[in-house]
Structure formats: structure tokens, C-alpha cells
Design a protein around this ligand. Structure first.
Ligand SMILES: *Cc1c(COP(=O)(O)O)cnc(C)c1O
Length: 419
């Protein structure tokens, strides 16, 4: 459920007509709905009502906008960060350092030091080597770092290969069969307080079954580790719940997810941690774009829009589908290819799709663009970095300005020895 609805034939974000935002900010532009974000955050927490001890850390990479992080901090969320830059954002948004989880397969020594100095709550270790390094750095700083060991459970998440992370051949975590041994060795190191296990098998999961399989395996491993005499007080179950990108698609609800978690983990005696991203932010945003022109094609016309793969990379990266609807639909439909202006054939949002009929100058939106949208934007083809707006009832604000190509150009230098 979201708050992007038609009123008098015009698509609104909450109470604001989208043309009003484009008139002021231009296009393309991401528009987020505060009410939708808040609702998703609360529905997720309610779904976990059967879990007594928990901490929810929002996966910052899905939407790192400062205003989004501030809103979620107010809802009681911590942050799951995968770089020093994300840790800095979470802190800037007012998130408590203890509520921050630092994940990521390539944390540098500088990032580990930065995280320790900031007092972040938990480092999710991706290898024994990283644990040894973290322990050394923390000991040298005269402190102890709290950590969990990320395990690769070798479970097929059944999602797109590029966002699957829990198969044995993926780069994430330590192999399941070696995890207990690594845990025992790391737990003995001074400078490290190893307190648990972490798992995250992938993103945009359409079924709870692979998650249940992974959590069940993690429960067995947890008991094995306790049996060898090491303490496990925290179990981080990651994120990954998918969202519908096409009207009519059904996905597991947060309530069904929470019920499954409560059933599988009921006797664990551990604090559970969660790292949802897409399920919180996905449906909370749209990318508004303007049709530049409609160009005849051999099979179907090309609707050339002013948004491109640099603004919304998911279709080019993962063949992802985003529903495309006119802001002021006439009722007529057309079959078209939707493409951006970038000089790559991968700059294609849809081929041969039945859409609202649109013509030059018309506004349209890509729906469900709140997760892995603006966060992946870049300036390829020397295009601007796309701006972001948040709506709250009948008011709205720019929460990330458009960064013009001139600003990027101004950061470049020609060495004098070229002249
Ligand atoms: C990306 C990521 C998440 C969030 O995944 P979603 O599919 O957006 O819920 C959670 N944990 C880790 C470690 C991640 O890399």
C-alpha cells in the first residue's frame, strides 16, 4: 500500500500533485512519501510483534537519503551500513552508534578504525582475517569491538543472480561448515567481543522458504557453537523480503515473515537483529520523468523519457520491471518501448509494453523506485545527479538537490603539463 494515487485525473504524492513538484524542481526527480515510509516501518515492526528481543537496522544502501534516515531513526530503527560513508550518514541522521551494524565484505582498516572510534554497535565480520584485523585494531585503541560472524548458509534464495548472496560461490560470509571453528578462534581474541552470527541470503526474495531454510541452518549452527563452549547472544537475520513491482504481484507480508521468524527462532534465547531495506523504502518512492519525444520504431514506437539508466539503474542492471504510468492519463493506451537518452542500448526501461498513451511533454512515473533508485544514480553521459523530494501531506521539500554537470566539471583538473 502506498500514498501515490490519482485525484481528479492527476497522480498525487499524498496531497501534492506531481506536476507541482516538477514545475518547481524539474525532471527527472525522485519523490518519496513520508506517510508511506512511516507506514512500512510500522508494519514491519508490528510483524515482528512475536519476537521479544530485537533490533531493526535499516539497510542504508537501499535509500541513504538523510531525511529518510532521520524519519526511520524517529521510528526506532538503527542502521545497517556497508561503508564508512554510510556510517557517517547514519550518525548525521541522528542514529545512535550502538544501533549501527557495520556490514560489508571489504571494510578497510581505516573504516574499521572509524567504526570503533564512533562506538558502533556491531561489526558483521565477513572472514576470519577481518576478525583478526578488527581485534588487533581495537586492542591497539585500548577497547573491545562487538562483532558477529556472517555465515554463508549455501541456500538458493531464488532471486536474480546479481542480488543473490547466500550460495556457497558468493563472496559473502564464511562457509557454513567452517563457521564454528572460526567462531571459536575469533571468540578467544582480546579486543573482540564476538556475540553472534549473521546471515543475509539475498534481496527481492519472493518466498519465505529459502529464508526459513537459512534460519533453520543458522539455529543448528548456533547450538553447535554453544555446545563447544562459546556464547551466542545475538542472531542477525539480515534483510531481503521482496516487494511487488508489477500491479497484482503477491509477496510475503511482514506479518507472515514475522510469524515464520517467531516459529523458527522461538527457543533460540537470543536477541534477533533484522536488516530490512527494500521492504521499507521500495514502494515509498516514484521516479517522475517527462517524455522528450516519441520516435517511430520498426516494431513499436520508442517513448524517449528524460530519466535514464544513470537515474534508475535497476532495469539495466537486473532486467528489473518498474510499472510506468502517466501522471495525467487520458484513458487511451499504447504499446511502446520506454527508453532513456543515454547512448547505450541497456538504457531501456521496457520493451513492447502496454502503457498509458503518452506524447511529448507528458509526465509519467516509474513506480516502486524508492529502493535502489537514487542511491545508485550516477552522472554517466555527463548528466545531472537526480534530485530527491519528500512529501508530507500537502507540503513537500527537496531532500537532495540536483547536482548539475557544471558542479562535476568544476571538480576536474587539467594538469599544466598537458598544455
Ligand atoms: C543489501 C543488504 C540488506 C538489505 O536487503 P533488502 O533486500 O533491501 O532488504 C541487508 N543486509 C545486508 C548485509 C545487505 O547487504
Amino acid at each position: 500500500m502506498d500514498h501515490f494515487t490519482y485525484r481528479d485525473g492527476v497522480l498525487h504524492a499524498e496531497d501534492v500533485p506531481l506536476p507541482q513538484i516538477v514545475a518547481a524542481v524539474g525532471s527527472p526527480v525522485y519523490v518519496y512519501s513520508r506517510a508511506t515510509l512511516t507506514r512500512h516501518a510500522r508494519v514491519f515492526l508490528e510483524g515482528l510483534g512475536g519476537v521479544p528481543q530485537k533490533h531493526v537496522a535499516f539497510a542504508v544502501k537501499s535509500n541513504p537519503n538523510l531525511a529518510v534516515l532521520r524519519l526511520l531513526a524517529r521510528e526506532g530503527f538503527g542502521a545497517d551500513c556497508v561503508s564508512g560513508g554510510e556510517v557517517a550518514r547514519a550518525l548525521a541522521a541522528g542514529m545512535a552508534p550502538e544501533g549501527i551494524v557495520f556490514s560489508g565484505v571489504g571494510k578497510t582498516a581505516a573504516e574499521l578504525r572509524q567504526g570503533i572510534a564512533a562506538g558502533i554497535g556491531q561489526f558483521n565480520l565477513e572472514s576470519e582475517e577481518e576478525g583478526v584485523e578488527l581485534a588487533q585494531i581495537a586492542a591497539a585503541m585500548g577497547t573491545t569491538a562487538r562483532a558477529a560472524l556472517r555465515v554463508n548458509p549455501d541456500v538458493d534464495a531464488g532471486t536474480h543472480g546479481k542480488i543473490s548472496t547466500g550460495k556457497a560461490e558468493n563472496k559473502f560470509g564464511v562457509p557454513y561448515d567452517r563457521a564454528a571453528g572460526i567462531y571459536g578462534r575469533l571468540a578467544a581474541l582480546p579486543g573482540l567481543e564476538l556475540r553472534g552470527l549473521a546471515v543475509h541470503i539475498g534481496s527481492q526474495l519472493a518466498s519465505l522458504d529459502p529464508l526459513e531454510a537459512a534460519f533453520t541452518k543458522m539455529g543448528v549452527l548456533m547450538q553447535d557453537i554453544r555446545a563447544q563452549g562459546d556464547s551466542v547472544s545475538h542472531m542477525d537475520l539480515g534483510g531481503g523480503i521482496g516487494v511487488p513491482y508489477r500491479a497484482g504481484e503477491e509477496f510475503p507480508s511482514p506479518a507472515a515473515y514475522g510469524a515464520m521468524v517467531a516459529r523458527v527462532t522461538g527457543n533460540w534465547g537470543a536477541t534477533l537483529m533484522f536488516e530490512p531495506g527494500r521492504v521499507i523504502t521500495g514502494n515509498s518512492g516514484v521516479l517522475v520523468t517527462r517524455v522528450i519525444r516519441v520516435k517511430p520504431g520498426v516494431v513499436a514506437p520508442f517513448v524517449v523519457v528524460d530519466a535514464a539508466m544513470n537515474d534508475l539503474a535497476r532495469p539495466a542492471l537486473y532486467d528489473a520491471w518498474h510499472d510506468f504510468v502517466a501522471v495525467e492519463p487520458s484513458g487511451a493506451q499504447m504499446v511502446a518501448n520506454i527508453v532513456g537518452p543515454i547512448c547505450e542500448s541497456s538504457d531501456t526501461f521496457a520493451m513492447g509494453r502496454t502503457i498509458d498513451a503518452v506524447g511529448p511533454g507528458d509526465l509519467a512515473v516509474f513506480r516502486t523506485a524508492g529502493a535502489y533508485g537514487a542511491t545508485m544514480a550516477n552522472t554517466y553521459n555527463s548528466r545531472a545527479l537526480v534530485p530527491e523530494v519528500m512529501v508530507d501531506g500537502d507540503r513537500w521539500a527537496v531532500v537532495a538537490e540536483r547536482i548539475e554537470p557544471a558542479a562535476i566539471l568544476a571538480a576536474e583538473r587539467v594538469p599544466e603539463w598537458l598544455d
